[in-house]
Design a protein around this ligand. Structure first.
Ligand SMILES: [Zn+2]
Length: 401
């Protein structure tokens, strides 16, 4: 098909079949679902890795159940980022900060003490309501050229625009960047945090591949995209959230811009590491995890062991549906988000229950679908007096703890 960054031709890396959107939890197990192809492909010219087929954002995000969880590791990460941005003088006492896809405003709350004003923009009405009620002013809209103009009229030009784990959630990054260049102050920063392709591939994180993730960014592909909009990466940070993410610090190209050494070093590392052999190995490892997890679940059920999954996450649903695990084998999924309780996971039909319910009569094994919170979840289960249940960790390879 066609690369949505540079319009060259692409080739398929991995075809994961058809599945429903990974965040679309159901009210009832028999509720009808729409299935869409999930095909990962790579550009033959510009290093872009993308989904071949995109679902319209209106369909994915207008009513969204994902609310940023309260997690010690995320809180730590927010404080780290706020510190980095303050040290680099990106955050200043007189400035305005706009966050795209700000969800319930948890990150903006961390920036609030350092700046004049923070504003969020998010397309999910139910989530904007929560944010506004908690005192983080949030506009309910998609971010694009039009809404950027509205924000500029109403609040002025921000010195910082943030897009954490949402920049790849849109089929047309050019439209978002037109909005960013229109809104951002001349020497302002655009900070994008995203899952990092190199981590995804090297850690076999095929569960990152779902319909919301329409792009899998690297330094090289981000450079190819930004160059078309008169912007460039001035620095990058590698951070541990969501299984290994990258933070791009981006500015409009101006004479005298200093580029951090990490940008060129990282890009050169990608040139060596992201070869066709690497992608072939990623695909082979993905298929091996599917085979071993299938085998593990069948073996345990064969000896009458009970298994629940832990984490009603998008990545968890990708994993379950790709491996082919359903409610007939694993009846319950434990999750800490009240809005998800009593609902059913897409395709697999596994029922979501609360942690209290899940731990009241715990299973022999938890399949850690939210493996990126592994240590936090295991500590939480043990703290509640459960020392018996074991944990199946699927990624980077199937293991039991
Ligand atoms: Zn391309």
């Amino acid at each position: 098909m066609t690369c949505r960054i540079c319009l060259s031709s692409t080739h398929v890396l991995l075809d994961m079949g058809e599945s429903p959107p990974a965040n679309s939890l159901k009210e009832a197990a028999n509720q009808p679902e729409d299935f869409y192809p999930l095909v990962l492909e790579r550009c033959n010219t510009c290093a872009n890795v993308q989904l071949r087929d995109c679902i319209a954002p209106e369909k994915l995000y207008s009513r969204y159940l994902y609310m940023t969880p309260d997690s010690p590791s995320l809180t730590q990460h927010y404080a780290f980022l706020a510190g980095e941005l303050t040290d680099r003088a990106v955050l200043r006492s007189g400035s305005l900060v706009v966050e795209i896809g700000s969800n319930t405003g948890k990150f903006l709350r961390h920036l609030q003490p350092f700046v004049r004003k923070v504003v969020g923009i998010d397309p999910a009405a139910n989530i904007c309501e929560v944010a506004n009620q908690s005192g983080i002013e949030t506009i309910c809209d998609f971010f694009n050229d039009t809404s950027a103009e509205v924000l500029k009229e109403r609040f002025g030009r921000p010195a910082l625009i943030v897009a954490r784990h949402c920049f790849a959630h849109n089929p047309d990054p050019h439209e978002m960047l037109r909005g960013v260049t229109r809104l951002l102050d001349g020497d302002g920063y655009f900070v994008v945090e995203n899952a990092y392709l190199l981590n995804t591939v090297e850690n076999n994180e095929f569960d990152q591949i779902y319909h919301e993730h329409m792009f899998y960014y690297s330094i090289r592909s981000m450079q190819a995209l930004l160059a078309q909009h008169g912007m460039h990466i001035v620095d990058v940070l590698m951070v541990p959230v969501h299984g290994g993410s990258i933070v791009f610090l981006i500015k409009k190209i101006a004479p005298g811009d200093q580029l951090g050494a990490a940008v060129e070093e990282g890009a050169r590392r990608e040139d060596h590491a992201l070869t066709p052999e690497t992608f072939n190995r990623f695909v082979a490892n993905t298929l091996e995890i599917r085979r071993r997890l299938r085998e593990k679940v069948s073996d345990l059920l064969g000896t009458r062991q009970r298994i629940y999954t832990y984490g009603a996450t998008a990545k968890g649903n990708t994993l379950l549906n790709f491996v082919g695990i359903s409610a007939a084998e694993i009846p319950f999924c434990v999750d800490s988000t009240p809005a998800k309780h009593g609902r059913y996971l897409p395709k697999s039909n596994i029922k979501v229950i609360s942690e209290e319910e899940g731990l009241a009569s715990p299973p022999d094994y938890f399949l850690l679908t939210a493996w990126n919170y592994r240590d936090e979840i295991i500590a939480k289960v043990r703290r509640r007096g459960n020392v018996r249940s074991k944990f199946i960790v699927p990624i980077p390879s199937v293991s039991v703890l």
